[in-house]
Write a protein that binds this ligand. Structure first.
Ligand code: HEM
Length: 471
């Protein structure tokens, strides 16, 4: 929540900084508190792209009471994503986002970059995903059947519930995934974080979010406590793996992490899921359902894969879906957020300008993903650019120009899970339902999200179960 007094002091600082030749050019200082929030709110990240085209990098934006400096050259990108935690902080950076700062607890199980939770995810998440592939597909089918029972449902809402059930299944098993109250609390929490973005001065969404978080954490703690003391048996899920790792760390003289703390950090992981994945799935599906030729190609691909590999959609089946994979990648390219953010912990130099310690710095995936030298007609949504073209790159996206999941120290630990959840959701929907949108108008992006853009206008999905699943 924004503290007016503090923000006015920051604004006065911004007014002073604009005259300092050692600092980057500053935009938005003319409007106290909001700065260029108006333009960004109205035009989305396209406004920043226009400014950069006119003025080049680096640029400092005064926006929503904060100064954020953007750089854009490869050297800056390298620094931004791989600087050590003694130079820049990801945790301190993301706390400035209304909603995240008020509602998401970060780093409860250790120092930045090496929390116990991250260690456990690094070690166990991949194996857990492949070990329950068919179960996840079953969970998804049930979630979609329930969500679409009336034949019509909010596009983002039905995907959010389904995707949260998949992640909950991986983290804490099928009982929690099927606990409708628990999943509803997670959705309520997500809504509260989005409401904080839309009303950064209001306390109401913060109170709503804290209440939803409290209920969800209490449910997870009860689940963990109900399991009895951690054992050395093979972990059933990520929750088990975290409890065993915490017990081993305590035995080795480390801090004792309670089930309460583990539950609160799992809430952070669930937020990591819901912040981006449903929006990415929804806006990609919206592009598919407003492009009949692409929809037909994807349906044909689904029919072929299910004929060759059977009805289950697991990681192996996803490998046989190049058109859906290219569509997923193009969704992440076009709708990646305007900013990844860090806080400097030491003075840094960006493009010959001095940026002091405790300053906010940003890198723009939105702008990088529109580099015309790499992406021909960058504003065109064209999955074939990641297949045989003709639009460039006519190949897989080059790492240097594709950062929807970040890069370096804080690369997203859920990227493989996210890919699986997004592609499975679209594949399962196209296979089992005749789907269309309540309003077939072209896709418009809502950029006021916690990451990837979502479809604007709260579109609904109209779905009739197919007589027989495709294939
Ligand atoms: C389309 C979906 C997703 C997108 C676009 C996404 C994007 C990102 C990005 C950009 C970062 C790093 C931020 C930075 O460098 O500034 C990140 C970090 C993270 N993500 Fe994701 N994410 C997605 C899904 C998930 C899922 C499903 C999980 C669940 C396991 C997850 C867990 C995490 C975690 C734990 C981190 C923190 C890593 C660290 O602190 O080192 N994300 N994500």
């Amino acid at each position: 929540m924004i503290q007016i007094g503090q923000e006015l002091r920051t604004w006065r600082g911004a007014v002073r900084h604009r005259l300092d030749p050692k600092r980057p050019p500053l935009l938005g200082w003319q409007v106290p508190l909001i700065g260029c929030g108006v333009q960004i709110g109205r035009h989305g990240p396209g406004w920043l792209l226009d400014q950069v085209k006119r003025r080049g990098f680096p640029l400092t934006l005064y926006v929503m009471g904060k100064e954020i400096t953007f750089g854009g050259d490869p050297e800056y990108a390298r620094f931004f994503y791989s600087a050590g935690t003694e130079e820049v902080s990801f945790f301190e950076g993301i706390k400035v986002f209304p909603g995240v700062g008020d509602l998401v607890e970060i780093g409860l199980t250790g120092p930045e970059g090496s929390t116990l939770t991250l260690e456990v995810l690094r070690r166990h998440l991949g194996a857990r995903i492949s070990s329950v592939g068919a179960e996840l597909d079953q969970e998804l089918s049930v979630a979609l059947r329930e969500g679409l029972a009336s034949g019509r449902a909010p596009l983002l809402g039905v995907l959010r519930t389904a995707i949260l059930r998949l992640t909950a299944h991986l983290l804490l098993g099928p009982d929690l995934a099927r606990d409708r109250t628990f999943i509803a609390d997670l959705c309520d929490f997500d809504e509260a974080t989005l409401a904080c973005l839309r009303a950064p001065w209001s306390r109401r969404p913060v109170a709503r979010g804290l209440a939803a978080r409290g209920r969800a954490v209490a449910r997870m703690r009860a689940e963990l406590e109900g399991r009895g003391p951690p054992t050395s048996d093979a972990p059933r899920d990520i929750g088990d793996a975290m409890r065993s790792a915490a017990a081993a760390a305590a035995e080795a003289g480390g801090p004792r992490l309670s089930d309460e703390i583990i539950a609160r950090d799992l809430q952070g992981i669930l937020f990591g899921t819901v912040a981006n994945t449903p929006a990415a799935a929804a806006i990609t599906l919206h592009r598919v359902l407003t492009d009949p030729a692409l929809k037909r190609r994807l349906e044909e691909e689904q029919a072929a894969v299910s004929r060759e590999r059977g009805p289950t959609i697991d990681a192996a089946a996803l490998k046989a879906m190049p058109v859906l994979n290219a569509t997923y990648l193009e969704g992440l390219r076009v709708y990646a957020p305007m900013i990844h953010i860090r806080m400097t912990l030491t003075p840094v130099e960006i493009g010959g300008y001095r940026v002091p310690a405790r300053s906010l710095i940003g890198f723009s995936p939105y702008i990088l993903h529109r580099d015309p030298a790499v992406y021909e007609d960058p504003e065109v949504f064209d999955p074939d650019r990641f297949l045989a073209g003709p639009r460039r790159p006519a190949a897989a996206p080059p790492n240097s120009h594709f950062v929807p999941y970040g890069r370096g120290i804080h690369t997203c630990l859920g990227r493989n899970l996210a890919r699986q959840e997004i592609m499975m959701s679209i594949a399962r929907l196209l296979r089992d339902y005749e789907v269309e949108l309540s309003d077939p108008s072209p896709t418009v992006a809502d950029w006021l999200t916690n990451g990837i853009a979502a479809p604007a206008g709260a579109p609904s999905l109209i779905a009739r179960p197919r007589g027989a699943s495709l294939g």
